[in-house]
Ligand binder design. Structure first.
Ligand code: 5GP
Ligand code: MG
Ligand code: MG
Length: 179
């Protein structure tokens, strides 16, 4: 798998350090608040699982699956809910955990929907932010890393459902796409 990676952009150690910093921040912010941590499947799961283990206060988990991308690398602009939350978010403090914000379409749609469901507060945290890809204006509360306008994989992020299990963030070799 490693031979498919052109360049490691963010190492396992760098990720762990930023995750811990964010965990400390969230621990302080959400003492006695019992937030609902919402992971966006599937890409955010490694980040979310590492993050929640650095949060030293009571939290609840849930997951949503929404899609705006197909199997390839370009945005379709369509947002579809594949799996909704298990329970109502009315009156809850939400922490949305995302892998990467690119165009912002997915999250803009989702944030709007959760606001309409009367959440008490919504914080958006993302592992990666790709500001150059932004099409829709969206307020990101915390991004662990900014990345250049390139297609990245690893630590949850896939190319055609592969590479999610890489422990770091990397750029694929161009021949992987063209094969
Ligand atoms: P947005 O709606 O912000 O354009 O798209 C967000 C979703 O597109 C992300 O959650 C992710 O699934 C996918 N995506 C955007 N950029 C990348 C990228 O560089 N690599 C991978 N693997 N997925 C990406
Ligand atoms: Mg995602
Ligand atoms: Mg994907």
């Amino acid at each position: 798998m490693r031979e498919d990676i052109l360049e490691v952009l963010i190492s396992e150690e760098e990720i762990a350090q930023k995750v811990e910093e964010l965990g400390k921040e969230l621990t302080a912010t959400y003492q006695d608040k019992f937030p609902l941590v919402i992971g966006i499947l599937k890409g955010a799961t490694p980040f979310m699982m590492d993050l929640v283990r650095t949060i030293d206060t009571q939290v609840e988990f849930d997951f949503m699956d929404v899609s705006s991308y197909g199997a390839g690398v370009s945005s379709s602009g369509e947002v579809k809910i594949i799996k909704d939350l298990d329970a109502s978010v009315e009156g809850r403090d939400l922490i949305i955990v995302e892998d990467i914000i690119d165009s912002g379409r997915t999250l803009a749609y989702l944030m709007n929907m959760l606001k309409n469901r009367k959440a008490r507060s919504i914080k958006l945290v993302t592992l990666l932010d790709k500001p150059a890809g932004r099409v829709v204006d969206i307020e990101v509360d915390h991004a662990c890393f900014n990345v250049p306008n390139e297609f990245v994989v690893g630590y949850g992020l896939d190319y055609a459902e592969r590479y999610r299990n890489l422990p770091y963030i990397g750029i694929l070799k161009p021949e992987v796409y063209t094969d």
